[in-house]
Design a protein around this ligand. Structure first.
Ligand code: AMP
Length: 394
């Protein structure tokens, strides 16, 4: 079964074609900076490695380009689009409606659209990806994999907000949790690596979006992103935790509209708001050159992670392992060092030399006497999605 995995984000589309159940990657790549004149297309298959700058105005152009590469007579991976049995789509918000991976129907698309108000940056491009894919691969089964589904195991005391009960029972306002595909994938890898029958793990996903999950025996018991993917850690352009009184102050005293506040908190805050830069690599290099805003933003970022580690260790009454994953978690030894600094009281002791070593494999970066294992585990959301698609359809 050939499964094409699509992760259609606000300005990028990542894709991977896998042969299942062999879990063999046939080809993969991405289109980045959609909307720009100098968008970037990457395509890799065996020894073929194409990277080119090209104008890609909209998502449909990006997906059309990907489809053309897939069937290209020399560089392609398939002869015609009908060879693709299923397309697995990452969908960020599935609310209360989807606890499982689901075959996409018109009703499912309507629900995904309804949840767009809660995942402003994600559900609209996810849905656009689905609709274009239906046209490009009309014979393929279209499947949605929801980031929220993994967190359905959270106990009610962690799910509910302390607002009148009606909002929970009648309006479904609660913590949903996100990045479920990634947290599921890396925590399963960690459990396999640790070889423990019971485990208490904190999984820290640090990418453009950031989140942290407490897991007991592999099940999510608490999570930092809440009703929408906006709470918790400091992200690329999202604030994470703030006092809601600030929103009322911005509207009532500073004259912002609610729409403007939403834009500020989702698209102009986080590391971008603190430094003027979104990408952590830029922020690290400016900080090294003495940029005070960048230095402070890195400290704030790590401090927020530490607070959540402390809270979740207390909530679980213990901790066996910390996992760092995603673009920043896997690559930034600086953020890992700052987040693990002075945590020996909790049994967390980072080995500074192991932390600096680069590798794309699962690795342990704690000292030999650290009570808590500190693991760097490359996430593989595409493989997790393909596994779930295969499970649903076979
Ligand atoms: P993701 O959403 O998982 O693709 O992560 C994207 C983020 O990872 C980017 O915004 C970068 O800030 C960060 N990133 C990627 N590579 C590195 C690196 N080598 N060092 C520091 N941060 C990185």
């Amino acid at each position: 079964m050939k499964v094409l995995v699509l992760n259609s984000g606000s300005s990028s589309i990542k894709f991977k074609l896998l042969q299942m159940p062999l879990e063999k990657v046939i080809c993969y790549g991405m289109v980045e900076r959609i909307g720009d004149e100098d968008a970037l297309m990457c395509y890799k298959k065996d020894t073929i490695n194409i990277q080119k700058t090209i104008s890609i105005k909209k998502h449909s152009d990006g997906l059309n380009l990907i489809a053309r590469y897939l069937v290209h007579p020399e560089k392609g991976a398939i002869k015609n689009p009908q060879e693709i049995y299923a397309v697995g789509h990452r969908v960020v918000h599935g609310g209360d409606s989807f606890a499982e991976t689901t075959l996409i129907t018109d009703a499912v698309k309507k629900q995904i659209k309804n949840y767009s108000v809660l995942a402003l940056l994600h559900n609209p491009p996810n849905l656009e990806g689905i609709e274009i894919s239906e046209k490009l691969f009309p014979k393929a089964k279209q499947v949605a994999i929801f980031d929220t589904a993994f967190h359905q195991t959270m106990p009610i005391k962690a799910r509910k907000y302390a607002i009148p009960n009606k909002f929970y029972t009648e309006d479904d306002i609660q913590v949903y949790g996100f990045h479920g595909t990634s947290h599921k994938y890396v925590s399963e890898k960690a459990i396999e690596y640790l070889g423990m029958d019971t485990s208490k793990i904190i999984s820290i996903h640090l990418g453009n979006g950031c989140s942290i999950t407490a897991l007991v025996n592999g099940q999510s018991v608490d999570h930092s992103l809440g009703f929408a993917p906006s709470n918790g850690l400091i992200m690329g352009s999202r604030s994470g935790d703030i006092d809601h009184a600030i929103i009322f102050h911005m509207v009532h005293s500073l004259g912002y509209s609610l729409e403007e506040v939403k834009e500020v908190l989702n698209k102009e805050s986080g590391m971008l708001g603190l430094t003027g830069f979104n990408d952590l690599r830029d922020i690290q290099s400016k900080a090294e050159k003495g940029n005070k805003d960048c230095q402070l933003a890195l400290d704030m970022n790590a401090y927020r992670i530490k607070k959540y580690i402390g809270a979740y260790t207390a909530a679980m009454n213990g901790l066996d392992a910390l996992i760092f994953t995603a673009g920043i978690g896997e690559n930034s030894c600086l953020i890992r060092r700052l987040a693990c600094l002075d945590m020996d009281y909790l049994g967390i002791e980072l080995d500074l030399v192991k932390n600096e070593k680069k590798s794309s494999l699962l690795r342990e970066i704690n000292t030999d006497c650290s009570k808590v294992k500190i693991l760097v585990i490359p996430t593989n959301e595409e493989l997790e999605i393909a596994k779930q698609v295969y499970k649903l359809l076979s």
